[in-house]
Design a protein around this ligand. Sequence first.
Ligand code: CA
Ligand code: CA
Length: 427
Amino acid sequence: MSIRTFLTLSLISLVLMVALTACGEDALLSDVSCYPNHITPNADHDTDVLKIQYDLGRRAYISIYFDDQDGRRYYFRDHIPHGPSIEDPYQVYFAGVVAGYTLPGETFEDFVVERRVLQDGVYTWTIEALDETGVTEQVTGTLTITEADTTLPELRGFSIHPPKFTPNRDGIDDRVTIGVHLTKDVNELLVYVEDEEGTRYHVEWSEKLTPFHEAGRHEFDYDAGVDRGVDPPPDGVYTVTMQAQDMIGQWTKATGALTIENGGVPRVYILNSEVEWINDGPAVSLPLSSTLYFTLTVENDSQVPIRTSGPPPGVVYDSDQNYATLGEYTQSGVFRVAIHCETSPIDHPWRWAVGGPDDLVEIIHHGESYHYLPAGARARVTGGIRFVDYVAARNPQYCYASLIHEDVEISMVNYRVDPVQLRIEAP
Ligand SMILES: [Ca+2]
Ligand SMILES: [Ca+2]
């Protein structure tokens, strides 16, 4: 078929189509109505919504848009594919909200407007169908908008802090706070973290001063799941998205980048749940003022380094001392080996780092020095308690070792490992 023949045939079919349309049969777009012709989109349930109805004769792309009196065009639907309407006409409700736009001279720094209500005024509406052969039909009319609630739910001062974090429960940069000042009450306020493939991770709202969904300061807290013992998303760069939607249906959106580094759930054990006590245990008898020594091996069986703090292995405590009297206070997120006896006046009073200088790696962070046992590493830890006193009513007593994740947990597997029965021989 020559191009000329094709064009001629196309022309004939086009003429036929127009003829058929004229007869009201097989029309692409027919029975179009928009009611009412005046709406007040302000969520007061009074003439807030326009009902649009149409029949579609065959598959087509539907566009619904509004032109203001200055000739600016606002899309409600932009080339959305539709099949033919079979029995009932298509019905769609329009609440005055169109694709986001900005007014002349208007700029927003922290967010973009995704959906926005039309300003008060008189508009020409157009419903347009474009079929697969390129035939377009459209119907137009007039719509007046008054009392539109044009206030936007602005997301001011959107912030992500810190922009790079290490969700590994070491107490340093384990969480991210995503903050915003919301300028209007909304129906929905949502934050998620998304990777390049579009996998989303929910972020919890945590600010309690402003009720959820109300105008004011809001904060969201993201721990990457590690608080629940879930492995965080892989290290990498993610997009944080905050989205607000008001009663009218206006949407605003703010985005920013978030980097995950050294993410992972620490899994650390006392190797084989074994403690070598002095004189081999499991029952030990020592003269008063002598020392209960122990040795054990800590295994970091995770993908992340684990943080620890002093005193170093080898230190011997007097029984009436504890970690605080040595100036080695607890620190959130730190792992330490600890010994507890039944008569201990405080919980696990004697504590040691999970490795010595040769086992640990020093990391400087914000000018402070921190020590870590690397991923996959093992370290032998020794220590002792010199018993300078004892409780006669509890002699002998049991002592045991634990591996403590300070201010986080002592997992059951690391709690009260390999007890020894200790008798202090009275002089
Ligand atoms: Ca209204
Ligand atoms: Ca961390």
